[in-house]
Design a protein around this ligand. Structure first.
Ligand code: NAP
Length: 242
């Protein structure tokens, strides 16, 4: 496993690094080869995204605290889909999607942070909602969602994305021809960003890196980047954010 390649420095350096990254061999290789994916959480967003990646040709293990309840989901998706415990799914995967209520993340970090730190990508779709998640969400909002998840999952190559788009919209967006919806993302690790970008393009989203993981605080429902935007709209909104 290569050591983390991290983008540091000014916003300009960051965006330059990101532009070079889009052309990197790693991004191209990730687009060609199947990647073993785990979803931690297989509710609305976990099942929708995992299902689209199965249809794109990736083996996906869906997980939750009750994997026996995921039988119908994986049966309908065919042989590339399977269900398992959270530990089994993380062990199986190269890349992990976190799709659980935010209040589940502290325990997931305690149980699985070292295993998650070994993955090429941990994609964080989780949102802290105080009304749903309690105190941990208040803390995460204060820290900013990107930094907070990084503290709960030390060492993980995190990319924050898919946080503020409705799960029910994903199949329609993925099936559109000729036009890609933008997907804002924030992250620090160049390889993880490249892998996330490939996975987004395969399901018809155009990745738009808005900045380092600390910018993940802008990727929650109810913020200007929430909802569906063109890539150009995302760039223009992101340019106004601090
Ligand atoms: N719904 C959306 O459109 C949407 C869009 C973007 C982002 N999000 C965010 O994505 C996250 C998931 O939302 P959702 O709507 O998909 O929720 P959901 O439909 O309620 O699904 C949550 C999933 O997480 C699992 N889970 C809960 N606690 C767990 C734990 N401790 N360990 C492992 N698995 C656990 C649940 O299964 P068990 O209870 O059986 O374990 C279930 O599979 C939230 O943070 C949400 O804000 C949602």
């Amino acid at each position: 496993m290569a050591t983390h390649a991290v983008i540091n420095g000014s916003r300009r350096d960051f965006l330059l690094g990101a532009a070079l990254l889009a052309m990197s061999p790693l991004a191209a290789r990730a687009a060609d080869a199947p990647l073993k994916i785990a979803t931690v959480g297989a509710g609305r967003i976990g099942s929708a995204l995992g299902g689209l990646w199965v249809k794109a040709g990736h083996p996906v293990m869906f997980s939750s605290r009750h994997p026996e309840e995921l039988k119908d989901l994986v049966l309908n998706l065919g042989p590339l889909a399977q269900a398992g415990s959270v530990a089994e799914a993380i062990a199986f995967a190269d890349a992990v999607l976190l799709a659980v209520p935010y209040r589940a993340l502290p325990q997931i970090g305690k149980d699985h942070a070292p295993a998650l730190a070994a993955k090429v990508l941990v994609l964080d779709a989780c949102n802290p909602f105080p009304s749903r998640d309690g105190e941990i969400a208040v803390w995460a909002r204060e820290r900013g969602a990107g930094r907070a998840t990084a503290e709960l999952l030390p060492g993980a190559r995190l990319v924050r994305a898919f946080n503020a788009i409705g799960a029910a919209r994903l199949p329609e967006i993925a099936s559109r021809r000729g036009v890609r919806t933008g997907m804002p993302m924030a992250g620090d690790d160049v390889h993880a960003i490249a892998v996330a970008s490939s996975l987004m393009r395969e399901i018809n989203f155009e990745p738009v890196l808005i900045g380092p993981l600390t910018m993940g605080r802008h990727l929650v429902p109810g913020t200007p980047l929430a909802g569906e935007h063109t890539p150009a709209e995302i760039r223009s909104i992101a340019a106004t954010l601090k």
